[in-house]
Design a protein. Structure first.
Length: 257
């Protein structure tokens, strides 16, 4: 099983879509760091490098990261079908379940790679702003960018790491959904489009009663800045992830490839 997971990781990192996604996530923070109208547009005046991760994540997480995940994960199935390499793999003495589970594990970790690339790029790009003690907030903790007083470097780092972890968790269902569509449609472009269309439709349901909003996946795409109790949000996101994952495994076991 470990060999299959390692193989899938190598194939993912060898794909152009994944490499471009990681490169963009790493470099975009440098743009925000020196953007002259950042404060005017986002109403954020950077006073510390610790604030840049929140800006970078906030800009990328609503569209760019879901787009990167939808394309790269869908390609894990679609590219192999197009190249004719998936069917021969299934002829080997390896169960279909192990093949799809290995792909699923790698797919769920891809959002983490994007988050780590974003944080790394942000922390490097934020060097000119400094990483000492400052008055304000990281944008990922209490009070957001205004904060609740003076913030120490260690406390700022803890808020950034917490925000990164929550960003990964909230993007995991997107990865599982994209893999499911990849299995269902056997096409990278169709699966990516279906994933993005699903997220768009869910966002449009904001016009429905509040009770429905509480169970929509897209209602929790701001989890990284959420304060207070996260139990309900985390449980719901894990249910979505598990549900989409089981659907992908079930569909793959019965799909004619």
């Amino acid at each position: 099983m470990l060999s299959l997971i390692s193989l899938e990781f190598r194939k993912l990192l060898a794909s152009r879509s994944a490499r471009i996604a990681l490169l963009v996530c790493t470099l975009l923070p440098f743009l925000w760091s020196f953007a002259p109208r950042l404060g005017e547009i986002l109403r954020v005046d950077l006073v510390s490098g610790w604030q840049l991760p929140a800006v970078s994540i906030g800009v990328a997480v609503q569209f760019l990261m879901p787009l990167f995940i939808a394309v790269a994960v869908a390609e894990m199935i679609g590219a192999e079908v197009a190249q004719g390499t998936l069917a021969p793999l299934l002829l080997r003495p390896v169960s279909r379940s192990r093949v799809i589970v290995s792909k699923l594990i790698v797919a769920l970790f891809f959002p983490l790679l994007l988050v780590l690339a974003t944080l790394l790029g942000s922390l490097v790009a934020g060097i000119p702003h400094g990483y000492g003690e400052f008055r304000g907030g990281t944008g990922l903790g209490p009070g957001l960018f205004q904060g609740v007083g003076v913030l120490s470097p260690s406390a700022a780092l803890a808020e950034v790491l917490r925000g990164g972890l929550l960003t990964w968790i909230m993007l995991m269902p997107v990865a599982a959904l994209s893999l499911f569509y990849g299995v269902l449609l056997l096409s990278t472009s169709a699966a990516a489009l279906a994933t993005l269309a699903t997220l768009s439709v869910l966002r449009l349901l904001v016009v429905f009663p509040e009770g429905l909003q509480r169970v929509l996946l897209t209602s929790y795409l701001n989890l990284y800045v959420t304060q207070g109790s996260l139990t309900q949000a985390l449980v719901l996101l894990l249910i979505y992830t598990l549900g989409f994952s089981l659907m992908a495994i079930f569909a793959f076991d019965r799909r004619d490839l």
